[in-house]
Design a protein around this ligand. Structure first.
Ligand code: 5RP
Length: 240
């Protein structure tokens, strides 16, 4: 049977002491080495992307000349704090390189993203980037997607109906909560977290999600979107 639990409380953005921060930092800093002067750079969202923004800020202060676009208000604020010039999208027609994290990466380098609730803007940046570099720590690697509930951005209008349609795809759904209230995205929408037993056919799921009115985007980022995957390991190794 299909259950819809719209009351569950999730706090995906809370710091987690078990998260291997050092591995995230290593991967993020490796990615920043691929940024050159003159580039337009897309800034991801989340703790790993934040390490990349901080590392980029250091390089900018040392003379690297870039223009950046941000995938969230939070990342834009961090970029400004560390001295990265953030530009309006109307200033150019493509992004040279976007650096962003992920919640899960499968063996075919398909991703689940959206743990931080920024998946729509993140996907727009990734889609419009010549190079999309994904930076993760080893805990994000999986054989098959789906252990992490798939975030889906939906509009608030008739959200209960949209949740029902999502549930009919075979998942348990809940509207993401933060501080006891609905989590609201930078686009003034809601996030439905969709807990599938497993996602064995991400491409067909992506198509079925896209057909549901009220769904803005899902957190499935499918190949060939990723140009480069950089994995940081807790023992200090980096795979690039
Ligand atoms: C935000 C995202 C993040 O990239 C994802 O949640 C990974 O976050 P972190 O680097 O903090 O583990 O998709 O919407």
């Amino acid at each position: 049977s299909i259950q819809t639990d719209s009351n569950s409380s999730r706090t995906l953005q809370q710091p987690d002491s078990t998260v291997p921060m050092e591995a995230k930092r290593l991967a993020a800093e490796k990615a920043v080495a691929h940024v050159e002067s003159g580039m337009v750079v897309g800034l991801g969202t989340g703790s790993t992307a934040s390490w990349a923004i901080k590392a980029l800020g250091e390089k900018v202060r040392a003379g690297l000349e870039i223009r950046a676009v941000a995938s969230s208000v939070a990342s834009e604020q961090l970029a400004q704090e560390v001295g990265i010039p953030v530009t309006d999208f109307s200033a150019f027609s493509f992004i040279d390189v976007t650096i962003d994290g992920a919640d899960e990466v499968d063996a075919g380098v398909n991703l689940i993203k959206g743990g931080g609730g920024a998946l729509v803007r993140e996907k727009i940046l990734a889609y419009n980037s010549r190079h999309f570099i994904v930076v993760v720590d080893e805990t994000k690697l999986v054989d098959t997607l789906g252990e992490f509930p798939l975030p889906v951005e939906i509009i608030p209008f008739a959200a209960e109906l949209t949740l029902g349609q999502l549930s009919s795809l075979g998942c348990l759904t809940s509207i993401r909560q933060q501080d006891g209230k609905d989590f609201i995205t930078d686009n003034s929408n809601l996030i439905a977290d969709c807990n599938f037993p497993t996602i064995t056919a991400p491409s067909s799921l992506h198509d079925r999600l896209a057909r549901i009115p009220g769904v803005v985007e899902s957190g499935l980022f499918l190949q060939p979107m990723v140009s480069r995957l950089i994995v940081g390991y807790q023992d200090g190794r980096i795979e690039d």
